[in-house]
Design a protein around this ligand. Structure first.
Ligand SMILES: NC(=O)c1ccc[n+]([C@@H]2O[C@H](COP(=O)([O-])OP(=O)(O)OC[C@H]3O[C@@H](n4cnc5c(N)ncnc54)[C@H](O)[C@@H]3O)[C@@H](O)[C@H]2O)c1
Length: 304
């Protein structure tokens, strides 16, 4: 009998076919996140689980799966949904997928930067609303990207990929990270700076740190105030790395910088309907790669 594998949400068919060749595979038939109770029920007796970043895999879930469960494979590079200590204590292997989304995520980051700088979502909405009656010199002027300063927080695989792509726009790269990367500095002319300098000097700031206690709310009201008034912030890491905009405003950020918000699908990222209805133009939805409509993204300064 083949070992039993549970996949918590539909993933591309070629991945499932590869799994089915060796395992007895069951896939969540609904395109939605399982509730915790459903997850605990479904993982029972499985030898392995393929999880998504929206599934919290902790000791209780592993206990529900049972001692025969040997591995949980996350369909994501980030693994903030894993309780690594709990898995280690139970001898369960956890895996992630570093590298496979570097280009896709970096390209999407550049797309958000350009969209925010050149005001493409606004212009698109304007045209679709029927309000556009011809070109005018002051319409949707936006701002230049070429030659501007790109700040990268977290110069890992994706951060480096974004920085390399940004060099095509002659952007000057500054970055901060837990570790300095002198080889990358020599390759691209990037400059290692502290967080305060990153905030003060970036025309565009893009976030690529993992979500962990040290990076939770890495950007909040104080950080927004420390940025240039016209800076664009892109959050391509995890939603909670940036404090919610409403919160930030309450904390005293009154000017309106421009967040470009590339959200990821942790449950905390979903804006409730009441908040969606009050969000300004820059906080509308982006049909993100593999995402559903309803994910927030924005221009100023915020994410999630
Ligand atoms: N939005 C998306 O669709 C999407 C897709 C893939 C990955 N991600 C997110 O992007 C993150 C980065 O992915 P990656 O493959 O580049 O990971 P990576 O491990 O290669 O890079 C992360 C970098 O962040 C640095 N870092 C850690 N703590 C830091 C801190 N406190 N301050 C500054 N830098 C710090 C690390 O030293 C490392 O260089 C993932 O953890 C994941 O959450 C998002």
């Amino acid at each position: 009998m083949k070992p039993s594998v549970y996949v918590t949400r539909a993933v591309p068919e070629e991945t499932l076919a590869a799994l089915r060749a060796q395992f007895d595979v069951e896939v969540n038939p609904d395109d939605r996140v399982l509730s915790r109770a459903e997850l605990m029920e479904k993982v029972k007796g499985r030898a392995a689980v393929v999880s998504l970043l929206t599934d919290t895999i902790d000791g209780a879930v592993l206990d529900a799966a049972g001692p025969q469960c040997r591995i949980v494979a996350n369909y994501a590079v980030g693994y903030n949904n894993f309780d690594v200590a709990a898995a280690t204590a139970r001898g369960v292997v956890l895996t992630n997928t570093p590298g496979v989304l570097d280009n896709a995520t970096a390209t999407h980051t550049i797309a958000l930067m350009l969209a925010a700088a050149r005001r493409i979502p606004e212009a698109d909405r304007y045209v679709r609303s029927g309000a556009w009656h011809g070109w005018a010199p002051l319409q949707f002027i936006g701002q230049d990207v070429d030659g501007k300063v790109l700040g990268v927080a977290g110069l890992g695989r994706i951060g480096r990929n974004v920085a390399r792509k940004a060099r095509a726009f002659d952007m000057q790269i500054i970055y901060t990270d837990a570790v300095r990367n002198e080889a990358f500095e020599a390759e691209t002319g990037a400059r290692f700076v502290d967080k305060a300098t990153l905030l003060a000097e970036s025309d565009f700031l893009t976030l690529h740190t993992p979500l962990m206690p040290e990076t939770h709310h890495y950007i909040g009201a104080a950080e927004l105030r420390a940025m240039k008034p016209n800076a664009v912030l892109v959050n391509a890491s995890r939603g909670p790395v940036v404090m919610r905009p409403r919160w930030s405003r309450r904390c005293g950020t009154t000017r309106s910088p421009r967040p470009a918000w590339m959200c990821t699908r942790t449950s905390r990222n979903w804006l409730p309907a009441w908040q969606r209805s009050r969000t300004p133009w820059w906080c509308r939805t982006s049909p993100r790669r593999r995402g559903r409509p309803g994910l927030p993204w924005a221009r100023l300064l915020h994410a999630t």
